[in-house]
Ligand binder design. Structure first.
Ligand code: DC
Length: 233
């Protein structure tokens, strides 16, 4: 039995990676690490400094100069973690529409990806981690012990995002969310560096008709197959 495990969960926007990853991590008592937050934090820093998201070299320079921290939640307002940029709490701001509209472009840049990938490897190499993102199984940890790729139609994912916003009291336009989801898929899948795709040895789980619990169950049974005991299985 291995004693240090890395689990990679990749998939498109709103495929349920974060919710599922968090449950799996809790069950195994592992660190949960949502790498999308780092790209969102860089994008927020770009907006705050009034840098144009199209200005690749300026954006990359900024990504290399800021310190992003992901810490256990400090208050019970529904957050999964505290997100800090240079010590400043930006947990909810990284979820804003403006960030969402620009994050896919910002994360196509080599300088940004190199800076974030380095930080992710440093944190993840301690092991016993569930890492979620777009390129964890293909680029960040190609040797991960278990690679899962979550898939769902754009319509189902947009509906989930719409309902998630509604739960936080934010009324939004479903069609707008749907077209933004499709636009992000397009950029994430077609970028030159580390495009979104399943690793050759990833297990693909289609989540359209599955509940969160169903997906978590499926992943936990894969975990038990690689030698970890979960709930006596
Ligand atoms: O999972 P998310 O929606 O929070 O991710 C936000 C963006 O970050 C997504 O559009 C692409 C980018 N991203 C990435 O390029 N690589 C990762 N490992 C995680 C996210």
């Amino acid at each position: 039995m291995k004693d240090r495990i890395t689990i990679a969960i990749d998939g498109p926007a709103a495929s349920g990676k974060s919710t599922v990853g968090e449950y799996v991590a809790k069950k195994l008592d592992y660190l949960f690490f949502d790498t999308g937050i780092m790209y969102r934090a860089v994008t927020l820093a770009v907006i705050r400094k009034s840098i144009k998201p199209e200005a690749e070299s300026e954006v990359s320079k900024l990504a290399e100069s800021i310190q992003i921290d992901i810490l256990p939640p400090s208050c019970p307002d529904g957050r999964k973690a505290d997100v800090l940029i240079d010590g400043d709490d930006v947990t909810w701001e990284v979820r804003s529409k403006e960030v969402e509209a620009n994050v896919s472009l910002v994360s196509t840049y080599k300088g940004v990806r190199d800076a974030m990938t380095g930080q992710q490897r440093r944190i993840g190499s301690r092991g016993d981690v569930v890492m979620v993102g777009r390129d964890i199984g293909t680029v960040v940890f190609p040797d991960a012990d278990l690679k899962v790729y979550l898939e769902a139609s754009a319509e189902v994912r947009a509906r989930r995002r719409y309902e998630e916003l509604l739960e936080r009291g934010i009324n939004s336009d479903f069609q707008e969310i749907l077209s933004s989801t499709k636009r992000r898929d397009e950029i994430d899948k077609n970028r030159e560096i580390a495009p979104l795709k399943p690793a050759d040895d990833a297990v693909i789980i289609k989540t359209d008709d599955l509940t969160i619990e169903g997906v978590v169950e499926a992943i936990l049974s894969l975990v038990s197959k690689i030698g970890l005991i979960v709930d006596g299985r």
